[in-house]
Design a protein around this ligand. Structure first.
Ligand code: F6R
Length: 608
């Protein structure tokens, strides 16, 4: 969704801001803009559409002078995506320009109040009230105006403010929406995402809710709500700028699919010491562990589907009841959650609004909370009692791939770890599973190598308007993710069904030539899945089976197949999903879709 950048230094700001905005494009947006203070005025350029339009309009920023500025990519919430509603928004006296992520929930009464006082608004946005408040409260002290403004705002926001008071000052404020400060030499930065900072610096400060920062080229000072300076730790970003670039691949999605063996390894290996699973930031005392009666996994989209896989593995190994709940439902459901619940929240971005709300709701009901998150320092990582990071590196394509597989990796490890702590697993099985986890990067690579012909299958599938995914048990969990991957990037209607449910309605939809992707790797139920294959074939459907290498029975029955290597049974989903990601990728490519930025979608869904 929206992206923010800010820069203060001695060189021309506009090209730096445009470069930052390009690095945030992947988040999804519909308009872009920059504001730069130059002498006694703030110059604004903003336009509906791509950052490239803005770059063209300003000759790559060359037309805009000044060394202090802010930039923004907007994903419309209040007001249509057009040039006027695009950020930055300027106060009517021209002293402040503001960029904003999030939603100012009380913007309507504020707008009414300010209008009554004679303030004239130009846009339909909630953001413009911030510029108006800054103007109203300015009495020669910009910091005071920022504090007074923040005190009036309700909702979630990160704000970047450029102020024309001759000091080259920028302000950055955070309330439930990420904002990271970057420390340079003779210049400083802020951004809503580390990806925009890494080309300049790896030294960053994560702002906390309620804090705001004042930036000059030489200094960054962070303040709390009351304006008292706060000492903040400086963190070091662990990945390089190349990690957020395409590296020769046509799309980020393909690059990220191919990175999965390495990401899986980075997530798993450091947590296995002397053959034992150990988490650096997840310590439950025996007493805390003994208190847990059930586990609830909550998340949205693919992260929830990773949770579905986790449910099977944890229940199987730990014999604790596990439910997977959509965060958007859980938050409003008056859920039965108490101190006997371990709540696991799963999120790549760590900023998904519904997941944050569900986490807060369950925390307030006494649950012990554990977050599985990719983005370091994100809101969810800060809110949960414990956090286990997935070391997938930056994920740029909107459709998650390496984010998902590393989430499953952590859930698998967690299952093994908890089973051991609960005394539910024998030593021999524990050792076997740990070895199998260490072996998975090779299996993922093999799953990629085995399917070099997948483009042909994708070409064939790309002509369909709907594709059904069926499977049982863990295969069903993978179906959900496989279908989501396909629908979100290829726009083919794709839905996952538990194979045993077909007869209860869905089979009515099948006709001659329908395509049914059948996941058939879960061995204990293979005979049942075989019967489902017979059923759908009898209705004239084509079967594209996902089967383990050497499974002749399935290969003989299917019209086409995707092969996956044999793995420890509980970890098969990881090997299965990788070729299904490739399948979705090539179907979307065949259909000429914008693979990295599917329509209507945003990388991190920071509003409800
Ligand atoms: C699908 C996808 C989304 C996310 C969901 C949750 O490919 O990426 O379904 O999984 O929006 O996002 P996070 O994991 O950032 O909480």
């Amino acid at each position: 969704m929206c992206g923010i950048v800010g820069f203060t230094g001695t060189r021309q700001a506009a090209p730096v801001l445009l470069d930052g905005l390009k690095r945030l494009e992947y988040r999804g947006y519909d308009s872009a803009g920059i504001a730069v203070a130059d002498g006694d005025r703030i110059n604004i350029a903003k336009v509906k559409g791509f950052v490239q339009n803005l770059a063209d309009m300003t000759h790559d920023g060359g037309d805009i002078g000044g060394a202090v500025g802010v930039g923004h990519t907007r994903w419309a919430t209040h007001g249509a995506p057009n040039d006027v509603n695009a950020h930055p928004h300027m106060s009517s006296d021209g002293r402040f320009a503001v960029v904003h992520n999030g939603i100012i929930e009380n913007y309507a009464p504020l707008r009414q109040e300010l209008t009554k006082k004679g303030y004239v608004f130009l846009s339909d946005t909630d953001t413009e009230v911030v510029a108006a408040l800054l103007e109203t409260y300015y009495d020669g002290d910009a910091k005071r105006a920022v504090m007074k403004t923040a005190a009036r705002l309700e909702g979630s926001y990160s704000l970047g403010v450029v102020c024309l008071d001759g000091t080259g000052r920028l302000f950055a404020m955070r309330e439930q929406s990420p904002l990271i400060l970057g420390l340079g030499v003779g210049e400083n930065y802020f951004a809503s995402d580390v990806a925009a900072l890494v080309p300049h610096t790896k030294n960053v400060i994560y702002l906390d809710d309620g804090e705001f920062a004042e930036l000059t080229p030489e200094s960054i000072t962070v303040y709390d709500v009351r304006g008292r300076a706060v000492e903040k730790p400086v963190s070091r970003v662990t990945w390089d700028v190349e990690a957020a670039e395409k590296g020769g691949y046509e799309h980020f999605m393909l690059k990220e699919i191919m990175e999965q063996p390495a990401c899986f390894k980075a997530t798993v290996e450091p947590r296995i010491r002397n053959g034992r699973v150990e988490f650096e930031d997840f310590h439950l005392t025996d007493e805390e562990l003994g208190r847990i009666r059930r586990i609830v996994i909550t998340a949205c989209g693919s992260a929830g589907y990773a949770g579905q896989v986790g449910r099977y593995v944890i229940e199987e190994l730990c014999r604790i009841p596990v439910s997977v709940e959509l965060a958007s439902e859980l938050r409003y459901r008056n859920p039965i959650i108490d101190e006997h619940t371990l709540l696991i929240v799963v999120s790549q971005s760590g900023e998904t609004a519904d997941t944050i709300a569900a986490l807060k709701e369950c925390k307030s009901r006494g649950a012990k909370t554990l977050a599985i998150v990719n983005v370091v320092g994100s809101t969810i990582a800060k809110l949960a009692d414990h956090v286990i990071y997935t070391w997938a590196g930056p994920e740029i394509a909107v459709a998650t791939t390496k984010g998902y597989t590393t989430q499953v990796a952590v859930l698998d490890m967690l299952a093994v770890y908890l089973a051991d702590r609960l005394g539910k697993i024998e030593r021999e099985k524990y050792d076997r599973l740990v070895l199998a986890l260490l072996d998975m990067p090779g299996k993922i690579q093999r799953a990629i190598d085995l399917n070099r012909n997948i483009k042909k299958l994708a070409k064939k599938a790309s002509a369909h308007n709907q594709i059904y995914f069926i499977g049982r048990n863990m295969d069903y969990a993978v179906c959900m993710e496989g279908a989501l991957k396909l629908k979100e990037i290829s726009y083919i209607f794709a839905e996952a069904y538990a194979a045993g449910e077909l007869k209860h309605g869905t089979i009515a939809l099948l006709e001659q030539g329908s395509l049914v992707v059948t996941l058939a790797c879960y061995e204990p139920l293979l005979e049942k899945t075989m019967s489902n294959i017979e059923e759908v074939k009898a209705r004239g459907a084509q079967v594209l089976a996902v089967a383990q290498e050497g499974n002749r029975q399935i290969l003989k029955k299917a019209d086409d197949f995707i092969l996956v290597p044999r793995t420890e049974e509980l970890f098969t989903p990881i090997a299965q999903i990788v070729p299904l990601q490739l399948f979705a990728y090539y179907v979307a490519k065949e259909r000429g879709c914008d693979i990295d930025k599917p329509k209507n979608l945003a990388k991190s869904v920071t509003v409800e």
